[in-house]
Write a protein that binds this ligand. Structure first.
Ligand code: 2P0
Length: 330
C-alpha cells in the first residue's frame, strides 16, 4: 500500500494553451514536449486504513486548496481500485514550484505512478497518461521520456486524449539551458489563464487552428533530427501562445524584463551560428533548447544577462517511474 515515484518536468515545444472540456481536463489542441533530466519531483504515497482524511504535504507544507485538488485526483484511482482508504502523500521538488518550470507536470506524473503501484492497479502507460492529465494537462506528457506528443483527441469521454513517446531521450540528446529570472510563484495559474484567454481573446480560435500545422512540422523535425526546423516551429509556437495570452482582455503578461533580455541574447547567439532557440511557458523563465555542443556557450551567455538569478543546464530524461523508498523527497 505504499510506493515512491520520481518524475521530471517537460517543456513543450508546441504549446498547450486551451481546454475543450474543463471537467475532464481535455486540451483543445495537441502539444509536443521534451522531458528534462535535471529537475526532479519525488512523491511518496502510503495508504493507511487509520486515516480519516488524506494527509498531503508538498515541499514540507500543507495547503488546503492543494489537498482538495489532490484528494479529487486520488479519488479517480480509489474508484478504479474499489477502495475508500485515505493516503499520506509527501511530495518534494528540487526546483522552484509554480514558477513556470512545469512543477505540476512532474508532480501529477509522479503521483499517478506512485498511486498506481501503491494500489496495485498495474495500469498501462496510456491509462496513466490519461489519469495524469486529469491532474494537469502537461502531466500526461511527463509519464514518458524524451520527445513526447500529446493528442487532443475528439471523444467526449477523453479516452483518446493521452500522450505517446515519439523518440527516446538518447536518440537526439539536445540540452536545455533554463534561465531563472524569478523564484516567485506566478500570479495567475495556467488553468485560470487558459479560461480567460478563451473567453476574451479575439485571436483564440486562430491560435487553436494553427496548432495542428505546428505539430506536423515539429513531428517531422524530430523524426529527421532537423534542429533548424524544430527551432523555427518551437519559437513560432511559443510566440503565438504568448501573443494570444497578451491579446486577452486584460492581457496576460507572464514575462519580465529579464525574459525579454534573454530572448535578445538568444537571438544574438543565433546570429553567430549557435544552435539554440528559446521557449517560454506561463512564467518568466526562459528555456534555451540547444545542440549538445553549444549548451556551455549558451549557459555562459545567459548568466551575464541582467536579471537572470540562476542558470540550470539539463539533458533530456526518462519518463515517470518507481524509485527506491529510502530517500523520499528532495
Ligand atoms: C505547455 N503550459 O504546453 C503549456 C505552455 C504552460 C504554457 O501546460 O490547467 O499546468 O493543469 O491542464 O498543465 C501549463 O499548463 O495546465 C502548460 P492544466 P498545466 O507546457
Amino acid at each position: 500500500m505504499h510506493a515512491t515515484a520520481q518524475a521530471q518536468p517537460n517543456i513543450a515545444l508546441v504549446k498547450y494553451w486551451g481546454k475543450r472540456n474543463a471537467a475532464l481536463n481535455l486540451p483543445a489542441a495537441g502539444s509536443l514536449s521534451i522531458t528534462l533530466d535535471a529537475l526532479h519531483t519525488r512523491t511518496r504515497v502510503r495508504f493507511d486504513d487509520a486515516l480519516a482524511d488524506d494527509d498531503i504535504t508538498l515541499n514540507g507544507e500543507r495547503d488546503e486548496a492543494q489537498t482538495r485538488k489532490i484528494g479529487v485526483f486520488l479519488d479517480l484511482f480509489r474508484a478504479r481500485a474499489g477502495v475508500a482508504v485515505r493516503a499520506h502523500v509527501e511530495s518534494g521538488n528540487d526546483f522552484p514550484t509554480g514558477a513556470g518550470l512545469a512543477s505540476s507536470a512532474s508532480g501529477f506524473a509522479a503521483l499517478a505512478i506512485a498511486v498506481d503501484r501503491a494500489l496495485e492497479l498495474h495500469l498501462d502507460a496510456r491509462e496513466l497518461s490519461m489519469l495524469a492529465r486529469r491532474g494537469s494537462g502537461s502531466a500526461a506528457r511527463s509519464i514518458f521520456g524524451g520527445f513526447v506528443e500529446m493528442a487532443a483527441g475528439t471523444r467526449d469521454d477523453g479516452e483518446d486524449a493521452f500522450a505517446i513517446p515519439l523518440l527516446g531521450a538518447g536518440a537526439w540528446p539536445l540540452k536545455v539551458v533554463v534561465a531563472i529570472t524569478t523564484r516567485k510563484r506566478k500570479a495567475i495559474s495556467s488553468s485560470a489563464g487558459m479560461d480567460h484567454t478563451r473567453d476574451t481573446s479575439p485571436f483564440y480560435r486562430d491560435w487553436i487552428a494553427g496548432v495542428p500545422g505546428d505539430l506536423d512540422a515539429a513531428r517531422s523535425a524530430v523524426s529527421t533530427r532537423d534542429f533548424e526546423k524544430l527551432a523555427q516551429v518551437g519559437e513560432a509556437s511559443c510566440l503565438a501562445m504568448h501573443a494570444v495570452m497578451m491579446s486577452a482582455r486584460p492581457g496576460l503578461i507572464y514575462w519580465n524584463t529579464a525574459t525579454v533580455a534573454c530572448i535578445q541574447c538568444i537571438r544574438s547567439l543565433q546570429a553567430d551560428g549557435t544552435g539554440v532557440f528559446f521557449t517560454i511557458d506561463a512564467g518568466p523563465q526562459v528555456k534555451a533548447v540547444c545542440l549538445p555542443d553549444d549548451a556551455a556557450r549558451v549557459a555562459d551567455a545567459l548568466r551575464t544577462v541582467i536579471g537572470v538569478e540562476d542558470v540550470l543546464v539539463s539533458g533530456l530524461g526518462e519518463g515517470a517511474r518507481i524509485v527506491e523508498d529510502a530517500h523520499a523527497c528532495a
